[in-house]
Design a protein around this ligand. Structure first.
Ligand code: GTP
Ligand code: MG
Length: 453
């Protein structure tokens, strides 16, 4: 990727230059003396000096640097986000289909470098993935908000750096959010309302009714009215095309009346008569994307790319980013000088902030120490309790062991006595047996003696 092309300060400087060019020149001889407007004298130049070419110099420089534009597409899975972006830029960007089983909403961002004639555009397209697919949709908006704020945060960090380089900063702030509304139903879904309400102070929202070819002209007209009424009654601020400008005021007023744009996307070339046009073909005919009678695609392209691209970039910088920056700096303790109050000293503010920070640090240290002591005490008490339990268990086991030992001793004694008794009986039995055997061996001799007799 080449270096960053978007230079907001340059755009501002171009405007400043134009303003300066329209001011009368300062009186010669007092180049640095400040005078009020009433005192300022105008002077006619007697010939061509050449500073009227300054705007051209700035334009040339900006064209050489290129521009950047970041689009966020928010809409349900498969609602036609990628097709519409492809149709808008008449090219085919990377297109990875999302499935309907995402656990949470994610954002996918891709950056491209485009060139039309001599103008280079660094285009970042951010798509929501899995939007509206979860049963619980409470957190659906959070990743989108986080993404937008993260880009503001990055820019603010760069601005606050000592060695900042905003001139070649890679600006990723979202310039426009195309909010895709489903062409089904009678009006907006609550998810649409909640999301748009949360986003409206952070980004320029342009609502579009997607796949407008699936609705009849009457239904579409009614849906548009209902959506606008609902947005108004819930106080959702959508982007209004500026109509104060002489050059584009008229066209922007007519575009404002067409909101929300009913769009059809298609990258398919269809031959109609002897022309090849982008269209969606059906058995009964073709819906031509660039036909005003069929949908508002050309108006969307007109307003987004051809008329208000710079205004969208400027609104992002001077309105949405400014709001974010103000809140963030106030949070950080910065404050502006009040003309009536004492002059503002950065050094004093730094010292005050430092004191506050040190106090906070001390407070945190103290509470952490206290927490640690409490934790140690708790752990000690727990250990003591455990030790007591173990001791009691040991005592019980010891008693049981002694009891068992006593029982075994008793049994051993009984067994010994039994054994002694047995041995005694055995000896007696053996003696008896011996005597009996002796008696038996003497009996045949006695019988023989008796026979002899
Ligand atoms: P994910 O990125 O997957 O969330 O989808 P997506 O919102 O980018 O939608 P995608 O552009 O991929 O289109 C989804 C389907 O809708 C495709 O089959 C398109 O052909 C169709 N489609 C896109 N635009 C239109 C349209 O304007 N009208 C009709 N009828 N169909 C469209
Ligand atoms: Mg897509």
């Amino acid at each position: 990727m080449k270096e960053q092309l978007y230079k907001t300060p340059e755009i501002l400087s171009l405007r400043l230059v134009l303003v300066l060019c329209s001011l009368p020149p300062r009186p010669s001889g007092h180049p640095f003396k400040t005078r009020s407007n009433e005192e300022m004298r105008s002077l006619e130049l007697s010939g061509q000096v050449g500073f009227n070419s300054l705007p051209h110099q700035v334009v040339r420089k900006l064209v050489a640097q290129g521009f950047c534009f970041n689009i966020l597409c928010v809409g349900e899975t498969g609602i036609g986000k990628s097709t519409l972006i492809n149709t808008l830029f008449n090219t085919t960007f990377e297109n990875e289909e999302a499935d309907h089983y995402e656990q949470e909403v994610k954002l996918r961002s891709q950056t491209y470098e485009l060139q039309e004639h001599t103008v280079k555009l660094k285009l970042t397209i951010v798509h929501t993935v899995g939007f509206g697919d979860q049963i619980n949709k409470d957190e659906s908006c959070k990743p989108i908000l986080d993404y937008i704020e993260a880009q503001f945060e990055k820019y603010l960090e760069e601005e606050l750096k000592i060695k900042r380089s905003l001139s070649n900063y890679d600006d990723t702030r979202v310039h426009i959010c195309l909010y895709f509304i489903a062409p089904t139903g009678h009006t907006l879904k609550s998810l649409d309302l909640v999301t748009m309400k949360k986003l409206d102070s952070k980004v320029n929202i342009i609502p579009v009714i997607a796949k407008a070819d699936i609705m009849s002209k009457t239904d579409l007209g009614n849906l548009k009215k209902k959506i606008m009424n609902e947005l108004q009654s819930y106080g959702v601020q959508i982007y209004q095309f500026p109509n104060e400008d002489e050059e584009v005021g008229e066209i922007n007023s007519s575009l404002n009346a067409r909101l929300p744009f009913a769009v059809v996307g298609s990258t398919e070339d269809v031959k109609i008569g002897n022309r090849v046009v982008k269209a969606r073909s059906y058995p009964w005919g073709a819906v031509q994307v660039e036909n005003e009678e069929h949908c508002d695609f050309v108006h969307l392209r007109e307003m987004l790319l051809r008329v208000n691209m710079d205004d969208l970039r400027e609104q992002t910088h001077s309105h949405h980013y400014e709001l974010y920056r103000r809140c963030k700096l106030q949070e950080m303790g910065f404050k502006d000088t009040d003309p009536d109050s004492q002059s503002f000293s950065l050094q004093e503010m730094y010292e005050a902030k430092r004191r506050e920070f040190l106090k906070e640090l001390q407070h945190r240290e103290e509470s952490m120490r206290q927490m640690f002591v409490n934790k140690v005490k708790e752990t000690e008490a727990e250990l003591k309790e455990k030790e007591k339990e173990l001791h009691e268990r040991f005592e019980v086991l010891k008693r049981m062991h002694q009891e068992e030992k006593r029982n075994l001793e008793e049994k051993r004694r009984e067994l010994e006595e039994e054994m002694n008794a047995f041995n005694r009986r055995k000896v007696a039995a053996e003696t008896l047996m011996g005597q009996a055997l002796q008696g038996c061996s003497q009996q045949p001799l006695k019988k023989e003696k008796d026979k002899k007799k």
